[in-house]
Design a binder for this molecule. Structure first.
Ligand SMILES: Cc1ncc(COP(=O)(O)O)c(C=O)c1O
Length: 483
């Protein structure tokens, strides 16, 4: 009869998951070299490269690797089969969707947070990183013009920030019961709001799409009228979302006017400034975003116009303690982490328990360059968008559909003596956007402005220069099209 099995005590490297310090350095330097070389070549590289699912599957589909593979070989495969197939959002001629061009210290901040593997959910596990997060959010608070009671949380992105804001408002204003509550958006609101409303259980008849003016900005008078009608019908105006700016055209809703309407009805006023909010660092941006300090909450995305690597979103709430009142839960298995006084468990301010230390990258990059450099980069992007608008206005082949607003300009090709009908123009412009992307020369995305099919140029990147705007617009203006 055999006795109880002897426990196998692992030696230092019995599982083979450790590397010696020299190898770790070598592999790390290899990755740093790859990244720096990529940046050195960025301007000369294709802006975008796509591929079909079939092609990607043929490159990458394989069974789980039971045996080890040499790191260099793996990097080679990533360089060949994975990394080229991407939109380079930090390319100087990437003007589609919302560009994102992180700074190198920001990238290293992410690396540090991963390498130390900081658990930023509880104070007990991350007093240091949690304090950095409090500090960084306090900088944002000051930029927004909020008082000292405001606070917030760093999140994966703007979608999660919008959802967190709605959940917080539902709790704060309606004790979590939203049966009679109504939410007000505009046709320009970001799709993440639709998703948030859906997952938080709002029915279609609890959502009002408030009419916009000729610049696609929410009409405060129409908001007031909609709210009055809802109150008369026994409904409770709960949550209003203003854009600053809207993803489509950069439209900025009249924040001060909307704040006054919300105050009248005791509704929560949320500003979705995911992409546009950091324009507040500039003098003109501050003027455009006037009234943002009257919002109950603001979504900001540092991974957009504050030049941070993905992922980094943020929600700032004017009455900060409402966040933890909405989300705080303390299960037995986390009782050791309870905080009583001024310390903060960031897990209590949102949906994530395990969360990475996003604040490190923001802190590191803002300190490394100083806020002045970020302000200058944002200001330059604003200038470039104005330049793009002027260039479109001056062109006999291009037609402006919406002027520059917070970095976004919409326009279309309208060939002289050529296609004139909306359908023809849509086909022509859709084809142009596709051909530009396939050329690798530049990238714009498309949208609709007043139902008209539009080319949409979003200029935020800190690497973009006047010649990049010119190169892309000249391409769109002169590419052969049917006349
Ligand atoms: C105004 C606005 N809100 C929300 C979002 C969603 O942000 P994210 O993609 O970071 O989730 C975006 C993204 O472009 C946006 O422009």
């Amino acid at each position: 009869m055999s006795g109880p099995e002897e426990p196998r005590v692992a030696g230092p490297d019995v599982d083979g998951l450790e590397l010696d310090p020299e190898t770790m350095r070598e592999l790390g330097y290899r990755v740093v070299d790859l990244l720096v070389e990529r940046l050195e070549r960025l301007d000369d590289s294709r802006v975008w490269r796509g591929a079909s699912r079939a092609e990607m599957e043929s490159r990458l589909r394989e069974p789980p690797p039971e045996e080890p593979t040499d790191f260099e070989e793996l990097i080679g495969r990533l360089e060949k089969d994975v990394l080229p197939f991407t939109g380079q959002h930090d390319h100087p001629r990437f003007f589609g969707y919302i560009p994102s061009s992180p700074t190198w210290p920001g990238v290293l901040g992410d690396f540090l947070a991963s390498g130390v593997n900081i658990f930023a959910g509880t104070w007990l596990q991350s007093a240091g990183a949690s304090t950095v997060e409090l500090v960084v959010i306090d900088w944002f608070r000051q930029w927004l013009g909020y008082g000292g009671r405001a606070s917030g949380i760093l999140l994966p992105g703007g979608s999660l920030a919008n959802l967190t804001a709605l959940a917080c408002a539902k709790e704060a204003k309606a004790g979590g019961r939203a049966a009679t509550a109504v939410v007000y958006v505009t046709p320009q609101s970001h799709s993440s709001l639709t998703r948030a409303l859906h997952v938080l259980g709002f029915e279609a008849d609890q959502v009002r799409s408030v009419p916009v003016d000729d610049r696609l900005r929410m009409r405060a008078d129409a908001l007031a009228a909609a709210m009055d009608a809802d109150v008369l019908a026994g409904r409770r105006p709960l949550f209003v979302v203003a854009n600053a700016g809207a993803t489509n055209t950069g439209a900025i809703d009249p924040l001060g006017e909307i704040a006054a309407v919300c105050a009248e009805q005791d509704a929560w006023f949320h500003v979705d400034a995911a992409y546009g909010g950091f324009a507040i660092l500039t003098e003109r941006g501050r003027a455009w975003l006037d009234g943002i300090d009257e919002a109950d909450s603001v979504t900001l995305d540092p991974h957009k116009w504050l030049y941070q690597p993905y992922e980094c979103g943020c929600l700032v709430v004017r009455n900060g303690p409402l966040l933890s009142q909405a989300f705080h839960i303390l299960p037995d298995y986390l009782q050791d982490t309870a905080v009583g006084g001024v310390e903060v468990n960031f897990a209590d301010r949102g949906l994530q328990l395990t969360r990475s230390a996003r604040a490190l990258k923001v802190w590191l990059s803002l300190h490394h360059f100083g806020v002045r450099a970020f302000r200058a980069a944002i200001d330059r992007a604003l200038d470039l968008a104005l330049l793009a608008e002027e260039r479109v206005r001056a062109s006999e082949e291009l037609e402006l559909l919406s002027p520059a607003s917070l970095g976004i300009v919409c326009f279309r090709r309208r060939p002289r003596g050529g296609a004139a009908g909306e359908r023809e123009l849509e086909a022509l412009n859709s084809d142009l956007a596709r051909r530009l992307a396939e050329s690798g020369e530049g990238l714009v995305s498309t949208t609709r402005v007043d139902r008209r099919f539009a080319l949409r140029m979003c200029v935020l990147g800190h690497r973009s220069r006047a010649e990049d705007i010119e190169r892309v617009l000249a391409w769109l203006e002169s590419a052969p099209v049917a006349r």
